[in-house]
Design a protein around this ligand. Sequence first.
Ligand SMILES: NC(=O)c1ccc[n+]([C@@H]2O[C@H](COP(=O)([O-])OP(=O)(O)OC[C@H]3O[C@@H](n4cnc5c(N)ncnc54)[C@H](O)[C@@H]3O)[C@@H](O)[C@H]2O)c1
Length: 437
Amino acid sequence: MKVVMIGTGYVGLTTGLGYAKLGHHVACVDTDVAKIAQLDLGEVPFYEPELSEILREMQEEGRVMFTTDLASVIGRAEVIMIAVGTPASPTGEADLSAVFQVAEQIGSLLDHEAVIVVKSTVPPGTNKAVIARVRAAMQKAGKEVYSDVVTNASVPEFLREGSAFVDFFKPDRIVVGADDRIVQTILDRLHVGINAPRVFTTVESAELIKYAANAFLATKISFINEIANIAERIGADVTEVARGIGLDRRIGPHFLQAGIGYGGSCFPKDVSALHQLSGMNGYTFKLLSSVIEVNNRQRDLFFAKIERVMGPLKGRKIAVWGLAFKNDTDDVRESAAIDFVQRLCGRGAEVVVYDPKAMRNAKVILSQQVTFAPTALDAAMGADALLILTPWAEFRNVSFSFLHSSLLEPRIFDGRNLLADLDLAQKGFEYYGIGLG
Ligand SMILES: NC(=O)c1ccc[n+]([C@@H]2O[C@H](COP(=O)([O-])OP(=O)(O)OC[C@H]3O[C@@H](n4cnc5c(N)ncnc54)[C@H](O)[C@@H]3O)[C@@H](O)[C@H]2O)c1
């Protein structure tokens, strides 16, 4: 099939290459000229495992192309996907301006039958507004005769940064929200080759599934963080509790890692958007208010722990390992680690940071305030304390004897309980995790 993917970020590029790998012909469109130029040269503009190889492979096979000019590729598209960003607006609702702008652009250019798919995470009702905008723009451009054959579906994306390509090919399910049986069939055909249950729903249900999934996962994180805070007060170990409850198949082991809370480009904005959406529909989603509050408090509690142990931070040298919002990505959007670095700087600490992949993106936000070290151990040299804020595997594999001698004070605050099982106290460290008794 001929697919046009609009937006070549983490989702658009990964899924665009995924559809190409499935055998479709994909044209990827983005307004970011530099990004498209880079992709044209076979370079992925962000860090995501496996994408570089697959990009080169698909380019060699001629199944993917990149352009800033939607008009040049929309001509024969059977499926047009919208995967542009939907960040939080200042009031917490989803900012849909890019989605609507794309819808109007599609309408002004389209003059044939096509399915418009919204892959971006959008509140229920958005797909209807998108198709209305497409049709209105078609009519305005004198293409009224075609507007009835333009259909729409919501196909939300569930991939995780850091394992995006694997998630595309091995998803737990593919959700297709479409009111039209023919559209369902077309989108089922688009995904031939992916062995996963299809969940066919109404458009609104599909839109809500995405928000409900992210809100539920965020709730699990805030729940285990609450348990961690109790564990700490009564002398229990949250990692043992998480294992003890996670083996219950009704609960499951995932998203039960206590820490400094969730961040990233999805959970904070999606939880907040669902909360806002509920309010706008006359319903107070009380549970989500608490999920958000607990997540914010989690950072405050850990920061307070650091200050309680260290006293005033002014002039103290603090090493920070991890800046990305999670491991295996370079994405620092809404990263708790960035927030911590800013708080440390705000207290007058001298901060030296290291992250395996996210330093380039972090520099845009932090460059004036901190020193960027070339390795984890370089960052720790002469520091009064080490903070671990992103759970990268490489932080478990350093030489701890060397780390011990590098730190001025062998003190570790582990905001992800990444090293909790390594018995660092035995190795002479002062070790502080979250909810470890
Ligand atoms: N990142 C994730 O892990 C993830 C997972 C599931 C769903 N989502 C959702 O997918 C959507 C995209 O997220 P992302 O992380 O890929 O965003 P992103 O910011 O990485 O990419 C968005 C891209 O859209 C481009 N763009 C913006 N306006 C445009 C326009 N008018 N025309 C063409 N291109 C335009 C931007 O230049 C950018 O390259 C969001 O709604 C997000 O909530 C993200």
